[in-house]
Design a protein around this ligand. Sequence first.
Ligand code: CP
Length: 531
Amino acid sequence: MANVFKGRSLNVIEDFSINERRYLFKKVMELKNAVVSGDEQTMAKFRIDDPDFGMYEVFLEDSTRTKESFRNAAKFHHAKVSELLCSSSSINKGESFADTFNMLSGYSNRIFIVRSKVEGLTKWLSEECGEYAVRNGLPYKPAFINAGDGKHEHPTQELLDEFTFLEDQNMDFSHIHLALVGDLYHGRTVHSKADGLKVFDKVKVDLIAPEELMMPENYIEIMRENGFEVRIFSSIADYLASNDTAKMWYFTRPQLERMGERILQKQDMLRDAITFKEQFLPYLQSGTKFYHPLPRHKEHPTIPTFLDKTELNGWERQAINGMYVRMVLLGLIAGKVGSDYEGCEEDAKDYRSEEYIISVDLSDNEAKSKKNYSEGVRPLENGIVIDHICKGDSPSEIRSHMRLISSVLNLDESKGGEWVSRGSDGQYKGIIFRPGNYELSRKDLKRLAAVAPHCTLNIIKNSKVESKFRTHMPPRIYNFSDLSCKNEACISNPCNGEGVPAVFFRTQDDKYRCAYCGKVHSFKEIWNKRS
Ligand code: CP
């Protein structure tokens, strides 16, 4: 049977389906038991056992656990392990990430493990280096593992966290009740939980952080869309007072290195709200376990060290599990493990190919085709009319967006005009008209739908509406040079200078999520500012 894991990248936790993750966890349990009991025969089934199989660690941000557990996992596999010394690499001479990693893939390296503050970097590299491999006839396309990208995701941490939770509930996938405590704003390990916890059938999550460190709204929305029950508390003391606490608590450290001066000024107060104290102990449920992705701060740990020797300690085993999870992950991506995996329908990604530019049939509605649109005081003889723009918005919002539409569609230099009208339902809408002979290509219509969804486009010839289109929100917006993600940490933001074209996917609530960093935008925000 073909191995569905071979050569796959793991950029975000959703890159592996729920079923695939459940399979991985069972394999981790099998390998961990084999290593602990010294069962060489089982270990050999997991081993890549190829000294020429190249794995490359590139850590552009500091790390101990992720880097060292991957390095030790790679050594288990008897594979070739290399590390790019980032502080002395040509990246510091202005070389692009694409050039750097393309070249390293040519040196017989099949798996890259990359940590960076640039969000979405490994997703971009997996696309870019895949094309490089084809151009240069390499016998493989390199796979990428995101070892943490800025505030975005840390999918391998998510795998080891989930594995540890499962280990502590006898591999029961039916439910989880988890408290997330700490810096939920900056912490990528908790952001990965928004989709990661879907591996459990029923999820209840308690978010415990003061306002300044609370989980960003878009991740809370994802959790709710995923059917999780989400509750919010501003401190551990408030949470304990609720009398309904989880038995699993996941702490994170305040990420001072990512905070601005304004928040740093309040650091003592913020730390206090998310630090566990001895007087809280009597209020915990019996059997409670604490977890932490680590590191914890030696002077200000959110889990104080006096708890290390108590039954609460789940974080030490959690860190050890990181190596077993990464051993299995490398074995899967190398194609050594996974050929007995039985896929399911859920694995197939939903790449929506719906039609979002609808041509209106005018033949059975003669009256409509004769509707007169005016060019100032005269009826329009030839031209285009874009109608129903931003229906329901305020007149000033509509005018502002019509300026953007005109610019995006290159209509600024043509004669014609824009106006705002009010329908019988009391709602305002915008109308743009341009006299002249217009031939619109499919790409023009796609641009129109992307910048002006829910509009109608009337093409007028000889005083008649010759054709009419209704636009809906495209499932994906891409392939236009004047789009950009507005997250400055994103690989596709122009300030990173990597020339990565922006790509957006529509969300369930009709917004657009960046394909690289996950930032959510309205359809109006994705276009570059016009001067
Ligand atoms: N949990 C984690 O990512 O630790 P490191 O930063 O030490 O890799």
